[in-house]
Write a protein that binds this ligand. Structure first.
Ligand SMILES: Cc1cc2nc3c(=O)[nH]c(=O)nc-3n(C[C@H](O)[C@H](O)[C@H](O)COP(=O)(O)OP(=O)(O)OC[C@H]3O[C@@H](n4cnc5c(N)ncnc54)[C@H](O)[C@@H]3O)c2cc1C
Length: 467
């Protein structure tokens, strides 16, 4: 394998505009770092691409040599798919150009953009692209897997707001996918992850929005059951402008948290209202009235503040593990299981995240894109977060145990972007009735399964063996 990365380096370095980093180089530790240290890897060669021609040349060389290759945008894959041991990393982090056409409400972004790069550029024109909730997340991985966030109910998933993709295949050929060109590929790229090639450019649809109302508060342990029962019924009738996320966890030891709630099971409520501030009060009030009065706040904030407010809660370099699924109905027994589990959670940072999808995302038929279940509105994400390797076993076991207890009440399926690296057996379940079409598109565009560091859809043909 070391020889393979040397071979790629030798064939590339004279025509490569960017930089290479190899084991032993000064910047190697920094260059190989990904967000989730639980999934850290040691690649044999990292190619920091300067532009599309670098990506094309790197792909051609890698395909020729047959080296295991990871594609990296923001490096936030929970599974660590944007790195690999001994192989090649094609790193797009220098390709963060965003071009906004304010009049047309459109943008084109390069394949290495973070969500924050897009928000900064589009807000200058008072426009938004609906994406995720942490600005240091990579846009490519998020969009290709689907993309949920504060604006999903109002404007749809991130992938629903992409009008065109430019892709490089394993052989380095350029392909376009849109509603006019390569329709199967266009369908598959909206939810199919990095299975088909390297997306070097996305054409995005934008929407006007510059500020929202943010209402927050904590519900104490004894109120969580009634809160969740209320929330599940309330959200079914709520307007598109309301997004109300709940996370169950142990109360953090921070100034913002009342003393009596620290270290105890709490429900953190975050409600976002994207419409007219005055009209929103009546929809925010029911949520706030279920929180402790000394923990409640409500204010208008800029869209950029909204998009960055959670950045420091999910720092790079900790150990993370997730399991996720959908519910079409959140029954009382599942609510009780979650509440019981919080008191035994091994880490103060671990959260049971609950979001209600529906809205604009649910108005698109399941057959229109590859993205998983749009009919089951409740998305659960068990997000384990801790810092020491010695605590791995306890944290993994808590998450897996709770997931298994909740699973019988869930719909089949999962959201690929919230899956860990040990869930390959669940990938057919993600695409279900869309599986055969996914396999057909994969077989056409990546018949050798060159792009396999992802929630993988294997092609029909026997894959070439990569060293
Ligand atoms: C802190 C944090 C917050 C998150 N918040 C949200 C959220 O609010 N909503 C949500 O939906 N998801 C969220 N996620 C999940 C996120 O969508 C996935 O982790 C996503 O894969 C991250 O994309 P990335 O580009 O940073 O990942 P990377 O690790 O760089 O890549 C992820 C996958 O995409 C592939 N890939 C990357 N770039 C390209 C490209 N240009 N072309 C083809 N394939 C490519 C990689 O090979 C890999 O398989 C969050 C994750 C984290 C860590």
């Amino acid at each position: 394998m070391v020889e393979a990365s040397e071979e790629v380096y030798s064939s590339l370095h004279q025509r490569f505009l960017g930089d290479f980093v190899r084991p032993g180089d000064g910047g190697y530790e920094e260059a190989r770092a990904i967000w989730n240290s639980l999934a850290a890897r040691k690649p044999g060669l990292i190619a920091l691409c300067q532009d599309v021609s670098d990506v094309e040349n790197a792909l051609k060389a890698a395909f020729e040599v047959g080296i295991l290759t990871a594609i990296r945008c923001g490096g936030h894959s929970l599974a660590g798919f944007s790195s690999c041991d001994h192989g090649l990393v094609i790193d797009l982090s220098r390709m963060r150009q965003v071009k906004v056409d304010a009049e047309a409400r459109r943008a084109s972004i390069a394949g290495g953009c973070l969500l924050g790069s897009i928000d900064a550029a589009t807000q200058k024109a008072g426009l938004v692209f609906p994406s995720g909730v942490v600005s240091h997340t990579g846009a490519s991985g998020l969009i290709l897997g689907g993309g949920t966030g504060w604006l999903t109910r109002r404007f749809g998933l991130s992938c629903d707001n992409v009008e065109g993709f430019t892709l490089l295949t394993a052989e380095g050929s350029q392909v376009r996918a849109s509603a006019q060109e390569n329709l199967d590929l266009f369908w598959a790229l909206r939810g199919g992850g990095g299975n088909f090639g390297v997306a070097t450019e996305f054409e995005l649809k934008l929407h006007p929005l510059t500020a929202v109302t943010l209402a927050e508060g904590l519900s104490s342990e004894t109120d969580i059951r009634s809160l969740l029962r209320y929330w599940r019924d309330f959200m079914a009738e709520a307007p598109l402008d309301l997004k109300w996320n709940i996370s169950l966890r142990l109360g953090p030891h921070t100034r913002a948290v009342p003393h009596e709630l620290r270290g105890k099971a709490v429900a953190g409520n975050a409600l976002i209202w994207t419409g007219d501030a005055a009209a929103g009060r009546r929809y925010l009030e029911p949520g706030l009235s279920r929180c402790r009065s000394d923990s409640v706040s409500s204010k208008r904030i800029s869209f950029l503040d909204l998009q960055t407010m959670a950045d420091s809660d999910f720092p790079h370099g900790r150990r993370y593990y997730t399991k996720s699924g959908y519910f079409s109905h959140l029954d009382d027994a599942s609510i009780d299981l979650m509440i019981d589990a919080v008191s035994s959670v091994p880490s103060l940072e671990t959260q049971i995240e609950l979001a209600y999808l529906g809205g604009a995302a649910a108005r698109i038929r399941a057959t229109e894109t590859a993205f998983g279940d749009r009919s089951a509105p409740f998305i659960l994400n068990l997000l384990g977060s801790w810092s020491e390797a010695t605590a791995d076993a306890a944290n993994l076991s808590w998450i897996r145990g709770l997931f298994e207890r909740l699973r019988p009440a869930m719909n089949p399926g999962a959201y690929v972007n919230f899956m860990s690296g040990d869930e390959q057996d669940r990938v057919p379940e993600v695409y279900r009735e869309r599986w055969d079409r996914m396999v057909a598109v994969k077989s056409h565009y990546d018949p050798t399964n060159f792009f396999r560091l992802n929630q993988n859809v294997p092609p029909r043909q026997p894959p070439k063996t990569f060293s």
